[in-house]
Design a protein around this ligand. Structure first.
Ligand code: NDP
Ligand code: AKG
Length: 450
């Protein structure tokens, strides 16, 4: 006989798919949450009666707009811009902007949906949103990126504000882009406010924000290791990506005595069996953040192997931190990781494991930290940046880092509270989904049918 809970999930998902056609990543993100929540909702029918889940999957607002700009040859280019204002039950919409040629409505809706749960888990008063454009910053000059950002903000500025919607960075959006976006907002609105996070230190940014997602993911991994009376010291770690999240995950792992042996970009990965030390990491930061080059240059510089067109999940490691993009670990990768002895996967990226890969990790009972819990450190420090902006003061590095550590520990505790089974196994996916849901759901219950 079919499991009643599975039937309900299938019925729910059939409606989601019919209503949001072609948005496959959004379906994937919703399905995971619905699977976790359905048994919980059966036991707590008040949320079902109030149609909380049905409301949470519908964005409060979707803004879609034209972004015309002129390239260095004088030719007019047109991109599409988006902001998904998903849920404001517990605070202003908050979430990054992604600039990547693959950006579409479905990808941003998946990210905005996950952001709602993630932001709730941080313990801070942050609603959920996400935005971006199909603009590809690769190969563009600084002036082209600036002109694009100015055009993007010329429209976005009328929809956002420090108490309404506060964007930040994501793939393709770092300090340079936040600067151009902030400059244009200030110019049009004539106000200096905390409308964006990830700002430069001289103009309202917070210490530790650039480091926060990577550091936070490593703090979360440490918390998972503590449940096995272990630590990061001496662990061999495979990391994907070589952008913001990957860079600072490497930095923290080095500090805690672990050894990172891989980094990647969309072209391939490098394998450095001796480990990436601080000097090599400084090279990566310069390569990626200033010269905007390819990770293959690391292999040339340090004489290690480079695997064109491949992902790093085939190397032997104790721990894996996917820090690049969605669906970068599939079934075969998951099986290979486990076969090679990996027993902890901590997601620095958003939804980097396919649903089948997640099932394999959970069935194998390894430590699996889903992105909405494990990478929440970035948005958490964005929340701290908003607090500092409101108070018009700046905390020290130590103060922000201590708060980040405490928040990651609290998120871990929430996952354990809602995800631990009778045999003592912690399903962090279930824990994060129920823990993140509760605060938003209760706020929505208090605020009427909005
Ligand atoms: N920045 C933040 O604070 C937060 C980021 N995240 C998530 O972390 C992940 C990485 O973001 P971030 O480090 O900020 O982004 P960056 O743009 O700084 O770096 C992204 C990295 O991922 C690689 N990458 C991007 N797309 C693909 C792809 N389709 N296939 C393979 N590699 C790819 C890039 O390689 P290439 O240069 O070749 O494209 C680059 O190495 C994303 O999933 C993001 O949503 C989550 C929480 C907060
Ligand atoms: O700092 C933020 O507001 C956004 C971070 C983000 O986009 C994310 O958590 O995926």
């Amino acid at each position: 006989m079919a499991n009643i809970s599975n039937v309900k999930v299938d019925e729910f998902m059939a409606k989601v798919i019919a209503k949001n056609q072609g948005e496959t990543e959004f379906h994937q993100a919703v399905q995971e949450v619905v699977e976790s929540l359905m048994p919980f909702l059966d036991e707590n029918p008040e949320y079902k009666f109030s149609k909380i889940l049905e409301r949470m999957i519908e964005p409060e607002r979707v803004i879609m707009f034209r972004v015309p700009w002129v390239d260095d040859k004088g030719e007019i280019q047109v991109n599409r811009g988006y902001r998904i204002e998903m849920n404001s039950a517990i605070g202003p919409y908050k979430g990054g902007l992604r600039l990547h040629p693959t950006v579409n409505l479905g990808i941003l809706k998946f990210l905005a949906f996950e952001q709602v749960f993630k932001n709730s888990l941080t313990t801070l008063p942050l609603g959920g949103g996400k935005g971006g454009s199909d603009f590809d910053p690769k190969g563009k000059s600084d002036n082209e990126v600036m002109r694009f950002c100015q055009s993007f903000m010329t429209e976005l500025q009328r929809h956002i504000g420090p108490n309404t919607d506060v964007p930040a960075g994501d793939i393709g959006v770092g300090g340079r882009e936040i600067g151009y976006l902030f400059g244009q907002y200030k110019r049009i609105r004539n106000e200096f406010t905390g409308v964006l996070t990830g700002k430069g230190l001289e103009w309202g940014g917070s210490l530790i924000r650039p480091e926060a997602t990577g550091y936070g993911a490593v703090y979360f991994a440490e918390q998972m290791l503590i449940t096995k009376s272990e630590s990061m010291k001496g662990k061999t770690v495979a990391i994907s990506g070589s952008g913001n999240v990957a860079q600072y995950a490497v930095e923290k792992i080095i500090e805690l005595g672990g050894k990172v042996v891989t980094l990647s970009d969309s072209s391939g990965y490098i394998y450095d069996p001796k480990g990436i030390d601080s000097e090599k990491l400084a090279f990566v930061l310069e390569l990626k953040n200033s010269r905007r080059g390819r990770i293959s240059e690391y292999a040339e510089k340090f004489g290690v192997e480079y695997f064109e067109g491949k992902r790093p999940w085939e190397v032997k490691c104790d721990l894996a931190l996917p820090c690049a993009t969605q669906n970068e670990i599939n079934t075969d990768d998951a099986k290979l990781l486990i076969k090679n002895g990996c027993y902890l996967v901590c997601e620095g990226a958003n939804m980097p494991s396919t649903p089948e890969a997640v099932d394999i990790f959970i069935e194998s009972k390894i430590l699996f930290g889903p992105g909405k819990a494990a990478n929440a450190g970035g948005v958490a420090v964005s929340g701290l940046e908003m607090s500092q902006n409101s108070m018009r003061l700046a905390w020290t590095r130590e103060e922000v880092d201590a708060r980040l550590k405490q928040i990651m520990s609290d998120i871990h505790e929430t996952c354990v509270k809602h995800g631990k089974d009778d045999a003592g196994f912690v399903n962090y996916v279930k824990g994060a989904n129920i823990g993140g849901f509760l605060k938003v759901a209760n706020a929505m219950m208090s605020q009427g049918y909005v």
